[in-house]
Every structure is written in structure tokens, then in C-alpha cells.
Design a protein around this ligand. Structure first.
Ligand SMILES: Cc1cc2nc3c(=O)[nH]c(=O)nc-3n(C[C@H](O)[C@H](O)[C@H](O)COP(=O)(O)OP(=O)(O)OC[C@H]3O[C@@H](n4cnc5c(N)ncnc54)[C@H](O)[C@@H]3O)c2cc1C
Length: 425
């Protein structure tokens, strides 16, 4: 692992409620549970555990929320990628198996925001937009599924005209409005969860890359200047993970990039997103966008690009944005950044163990805001000895891609090209 890094360059880092400054790990420490990684997976798990009375230490290589958690689109999307694959493996009906699990993470987020008074601009309202007739058929099927599962929030299918009014764009032929989904400032949610965990007794170490885990009845997590010996370890490094070789070949780290414009005028806001919705298209190589609390357009998309030059990202995204919103021609882009999404081949979130007392959870295929919060609860259950929901995921064996890490870049580039062609069909 390289030297610890600061989180800079993103709109979220610039508007964080505070800059965290937890001390690095030093000396030999002990805990009930040691969590590696302070993103949503790690901190969601830590908070569930301290709420149940566990002594938890969280060890982060960089800063709280430094990974995908502090860089993402902030879209709170229900659903678990790979549902059909999981149901098939378990020989069960998808609807009966998933139901409320699809939005369980949202409920956890809403509850935490309320309980701990977390300021993270949480808002309800989300549009799944359709570009082609086959997308409309998917939207109708989604609508039926949510109705069958007694989804407790407003959901409505929008006509072409209603979609144009909601998005200010002619690009879409219809949409599903879902007021159970929504959007938020992900870094501020994560920092709020870190502070909540600390207030209940958790210890967080930043700037402390874990170099090794010594296995045993009580595994020891080792950094350059210290160690934590615990009854259980949770690996929550997701696409930034490097220490356990077994976890490296079971998902692809795929890059996604976001730009934030300067704050937009009231007229433009009223024209492009009057209901303040998060918007996401149905493509594999998808575009997702929304307004920030200070009315910037935050626009994200995957690019076949492995660098992090803000000017390149702005140039590419400007072209896409202007297709929807020509009136943004002269708007400045203040921020551009990217991050890594963990994508398993079969899309099923990866939960399991590398040893009896070393657990992992990773690979949410771009749906992590919701699913990490569910995963944290499931991991905490597993540590406490309840495996029912953990096994739903852990029993689905991941596909291993030979050479996935050595040939990652060409394989991801080919994959993105394949999906771009598929999206056009
Ligand atoms: C650009 C982008 C846009 C996205 N948009 C959305 C969206 O709109 N909605 C949505 O639901 N999902 C979205 N996602 C996905 C979502 O952000 C992730 O699924 C989620 O944040 C994963 O959280 P995590 O805690 O598992 O991983 P991360 O947030 O990546 O955290 C992993 C942490 O582990 C630490 N770590 C790694 N190795 C070590 C080590 N050896 N020692 C110590 N610490 C270590 C890292 O420093 C990092 O902080 C997006 C992702 C990206 C990149």
C-alpha cells in the first residue's frame, strides 16, 4: 500500500461538515472487533456493533470516507444487484426472498440521520428514466414488484410529458418516480456515522494502512506503528482493498467520474430539475445526476478512462451534459473527481469469510449507499452469531476471474465497450 492520502478535489471534500483528524494507530491495542476501512461498510458495521455494546476499533488507511463512500453520486437507490442469481442459487422466489431487504438500507440511513442528528442534505425523490421501450417495460415490472411488496412510499409511472417536465430534457420516454429513494451528501453521512460510533465508544484510527493480518483464535491487524488484536476482524476495503489475495480476483474495480458545476441560477434549476430529484438512466454504462444542496448539477458517468485529470473528466462530461441541457453551455465546472466501484461478475454483493473469525463485505455494483447499510447490519449479526441473512449472500460462490488483477485495465475497457454496444441495442 502506498502512503496515506488526504481527500481533496471533490465537491464533497470541499463541503464536508468537518475534516476528520483521528490519530493513527500506535502500540498494541485490543478490541472485540477490528474493522478495516472507514467507508460506509466499515462504519455502518462499527455503528451497529457499538450500538449492541461491542468494543470496536476501526483502522483506516486514509481518512473517514476517503474511498467510494466520500466520492459517490449520493443517490440512495433501492434494490440489490444480482437478486435473480441469488434467488436461483437458493431455489427460492425472488419476490419472497427479497421484499423489504431491497430498501432496508434506506430505513437504516433515515433512522440514523434522525437518531444522531446527522446533517447530510437527505432528500426523498428519485427518477429511473427510460430511453427505449424495453426500459419502459422494465419500469412497469419494477412498479408491479414494489406494489406487491407493499412498498411504503409513493411510486408512480410518469408519461413522456411528465418526465420532460421533471427533467427538463427530451432524452427520455418515461420514468418511474420513487419517493422512497432519494439523495444525500455521502461524505457528511459517513462523517456523521463515524462521530456517532465514537460517541458510543468506538475508536477510529486514520492514516493507518493495514499491512497484514496475523490469523489465529484472536487475529491481529498490523500497521506500521501498531496493531489491534480482536475476537473478529471485518474487511471493509471494497475496491481499494489490497491485503487479502483471495478477495482481489472476485470483483473488478471499475472507475466512475463526477463533475459539479458552479451553483445554477433559479431559472435553470426550475427548468432542469424543479422537484429536486436524483435521476439515473437504465444503461449499463449509465449516467446519474442530481442537484446538490447549493444547487450545483452533480453529474456522474462511467468513462473508459483510468486517470484522474479533472480537465479531461470535465471535457468528457460537458459533452454528455449538453446533450440533455444545451442551456448549460456557458456554465463553469468547479469540481471533477473519480472513484472505484467494486463490481462482481454476477453482481451479487460479496459477503463471506477468509477465516473463521475474519469476515468481509464488498462489491455492491454502484448500489452501495443502500446496500452497505444493510450489509453493516448483516455483518454485525454474523459477529454476534446469527448467520441467516449472511448465508444468503455467503452461500453464493463468487466467480473468480483468472488474471483479473494483472489484466484489469484491458478487461475493464473491453467490458465497458461490450456494455456500451449492448446499451445501444
Ligand atoms: C464515482 C462513484 C459514484 C457512485 N455513485 C453511487 C450512487 O450514486 N449510489 C450508490 O448507491 N452507490 C454509488 N457508488 C458506490 C458506493 O459509493 C460504494 O458502493 C460504497 O461507498 C462502498 O463503500 P465501502 O465502505 O464498501 O468502500 P469504500 O468507501 O471504498 O471504503 C473502503 C475504505 O477502506 C480503506 N482501506 C482499503 N484498504 C485498506 C487497508 N489496507 N488498511 C486500512 N484501510 C484500508 C480505504 O482507504 C477506504 O476508505 C458510487 C461509487 C463511485 C466510485
Amino acid at each position: 500500500m502506498t502512503q496515506p492520502e488526504e481527500h481533496t478535489g471533490s465537491y464533497y471534500a470541499a463541503t464536508a461538515n468537518r475534516k476528520t483528524d483521528f490519530s493513527p494507530l500506535q502500540g498494541a491495542q485490543t478490541a472485540d472487533v477490528c474493522v478495516i476501512g472507514a467507508g460506509f461498510t466499515g462504519l455502518s458495521t462499527a455503528l451497529h456493533l457499538v450500538e449492541r455494546g461491542y468494543n470496536v476499533h476501526v483502522v483506516e488507511a486514509n481518512r473517514v470516507g476517503w474511498g467510494a463512500t466520500g466520492r459517490n453520486g449520493g443517490q440512495m437507490i433501492s434494490g440489490i444487484a444480482g437478486e435473480r442469481h441469488m434467488a436461483k442459487k437458493h431455489g427460492r422466489d425472488v419476490e419472497e426472498m427479497f421484499g423489504e431487504l431491497r430498501w432496508a438500507g434506506h430505513d437504516i440511513i433515515r433512522e440514523r440521520v434522525k437518531t444522531y442528528g446527522i446533517q447530510c442534505d437527505l432528500k426523498s425523490g428519485y427518477l429511473d428514466v427510460a430511453i427505449k421501450p424495453r426500459h419502459m417495460r422494465d419500469i412497469e415490472a419494477d412498479y408491479d414488484r414494489l406494489m406487491k411488496a407493499n412498498f411504503p412510499y409513493e411510486v408512480r409511472i410518469l408519461s413522456r410529458e411528465e418526465t420532460r417536465a421533471a427533467t427538463g430534457s427530451d432524452s427520455y420516454i418515461g420514468a418511474l418516480l420513487n419517493n422512497g429513494n432519494g439523495h444525500l451528501h455521502p461524505l457528511n453521512l459517513c462523517i456523521g456515522e463515524a462521530d456517532a460510533a465514537v460517541s458510543l465508544g468506538a475508536t477510529i484510527y486514520e492514516q493507518s494502512p493495514v499491512l497484514n493480518i496475523e490469523r489465529g483464535t484472536q487475529p491481529t491487524v498490523v500497521t506500521q506503528d501498531g496493531s489491534v488484536t480482536a475476537d473478529a476482524v471485518i474487511l471493509a476495503g471494497n475496491a481499494y482493498h489490497h491485503i487479502e489475495p483471495k478477495l482481489r480476483g472476485i470483483m473488478f474495480p471499475v472507475n466512475s467520474f463526477i463533475v459539479a458545476t458552479e451553483p445554477l441560477s433559479e431559472e435553470i434549476v426550475a427548468a432542469i430539475n424543479p422537484q429536486d430529484l436524483a435521476i439515473c438512466d437504465p444503461n449499463f454504462v449509465l449516467q446519474y445526476y442530481r442537484l446538490s444542496a447549493d444547487k450545483r448539477l452533480l453529474f456522474g458517468a462511467r468513462l473508459n478512462y483510468f486517470g484522474d485529470d479533472p480537465e479531461y473528466i470535465k471535457k468528457q462530461h460537458r459533452k454528455s451534459i449538453l446533450k440533455h441541457y444545451p442551456q448549460l453551455q456557458d456554465v463553469n465546472f468547479d469540481y471533477a473527481w473519480g472513484g472505484k466501484i467494486g463490481v462482481p461478475i454476477n453482481r451479487v454483493p460479496l459477503m463471506g469469510r477468509v477465516d473463521r473469525n475474519i469476515f468481509y463485505s464488498q462489491g455492491y455494483s454502484g448500489h452501495g449507499v443502500n446496500v452497505t447499510h444493510l450489509a453493516g447490519q448483516i455483518m454485525a449479526d454474523a459477529v454476534a452469531g446469527t448467520f441467516e441473512r449472511f448465508d444468503l449472500f455467503a452461500d453464493v460462490k463468487p466467480f473468480v476471474v483468472p488474471g483479473a488483477h494483472t489484466f484489469r485495465k484491458p478487461m475493464v475497457a473491453l467490458g465497458v465497450l461490450y456494455y456500451k454496444i449492448k446499451d445501444r441495442l
